[in-house]
Write a protein that binds this ligand. Structure first.
Ligand code: BTN
Length: 319
């Protein structure tokens, strides 16, 4: 069977289960247009996407919590975007895409090979979180391009705040944190281009409603938006807010540079004036965060001196 047909069949099942209530096997089989005997195998395929589907004798099947699928018509955004059901990594897809279509965004419900910084895996269970990438071509290299990660962090924090999330802060250079745990991350990549073009792919992963089972094995403390939002977070509204903030904010950055975002960054900077631990190769030392410079490099006061540290060279821990 062709891939789109398999996907469409699975999505019918997902939609039938999306309310989080119990559904009998008979009903689900009828909705998906399959036999009762084939249902268990189809449910198993949903689990392959990282969906937790509970099964109980006499009750049928359910998801432990309601799920909101991304829908194009619910995402009001000022730039070109696409939604994929499943892909390897939205960043990888956009790195391979046609720059003539930039700015262009890509969202996915599920990533088979979601990538984090430093070659780490980015856990991407189906429709539990937000997986979004944006490809942007700058006609000329912006003078403070190294501060772009910080700007994207600020724009994400603004979108989250607008959507009702409380207490979101930023850990340099671009981790989203809440209550001392990681809420989201940003991975900015580019491929060397002939002719000196500056094209970046900005990947954003935000935990929306990830369960402990879906996060099993993650070594870093993490948190989902559900824990810091008064109402259940709406993924379509969040996607629209992120795309709007990014489209406006990056255009703003292109013309005004990091300076236009510096005060907002300082207000969100979780290391500012606080003890930090710097990991630099084999070296590890403690200091106090003293903000960032005009290029977005981190300033740490340690051993009586101010040091300017660049992302990629060090790893920062909040003490
Ligand atoms: C980090 O390590 O903190 C960065 C995580 C970035 C994850 C996002 S999810 C959407 C995009 N696609 C990927 O494969 N990675 C980024």
């Amino acid at each position: 069977m062709a891939q789109p047909l398999i996907e469409a069949e699975r999505l019918k099942l997902v939609d039938a289960l999306a309310d989080g209530a119990w559904h009998s096997g008979e009903d689900l089989a009828a909705v998906a247009g399959i036999t009762r005997a084939g249902l268990a195998k189809r449910v198993e395929k949903l689990r392959d996407w990282g969906l937790e589907v509970e099964a109980r004798q006499g009750l049928g099947y359910r998801l432990p919590q309601p799920l909101e699928r991304l829908q194009r018509q619910l995402i009001d955004a000022p730039l070109r975007f696409d939604i994929l059901t499943a892909t390897d990594s939205t960043n990888t897809r956009l790195l391979d895409s046609d720059p003539a279509q930039d700015p262009q965004a890509l969202l996915a419900e599920y990533q088979t090979a979601g990538r984090g910084r430093r070659g780490r895996e980015w856990r991407s269970p189906f429709a539990a979180n937000m997986y979004l990438s944006l490809a942007w071509s700058f006609p000329a290299w912006p003078p403070s391009l190294s501060a772009l990660p910080l700007v994207v962090g600020v724009l994400c924090a603004q979108a989250l705040r607008e959507q009702g999330a409380a207490g979101v802060g930023l850990k340099w250079p671009n981790d989203l944190y809440a209550q001392g745990r990681k809420l989201g991350g940003i991975l900015i990549e580019h491929r060397g281009e002939a002719g000196g073009n500056c094209r970046v792919v900005i990947g954003i992963g935000i935990n929306v409603a990830m369960s402990a089972a879906q996060a099993e094995g993650l070594t870093q403390p993490w948190i989902s938006l559900t824990e810091i939002s008064a109402a259940p977070p709406a993924r379509n509204r969040l996607a629209a807010a992120l795309l709007r903030r990014l489209a406006d904010g990056i255009a703003h950055f292109e013309s005004l540079g990091f300076e236009a975002f510096a005060s907002e960054w300082a207000a969100l900077d979780l290391a500012n004036g606080r003890p930090v631990r710097v990991l630099q190769g084999e070296r590890e030392y403690e200091g106090i965060g003293r903000g960032v410079d005009a290029q977005g490099a981190l300033i740490v006061e340690a051993l009586g001196q101010y040091q300017t540290l660049h992302s990629g060279e060090i790893s920062l821990r909040l003490a």
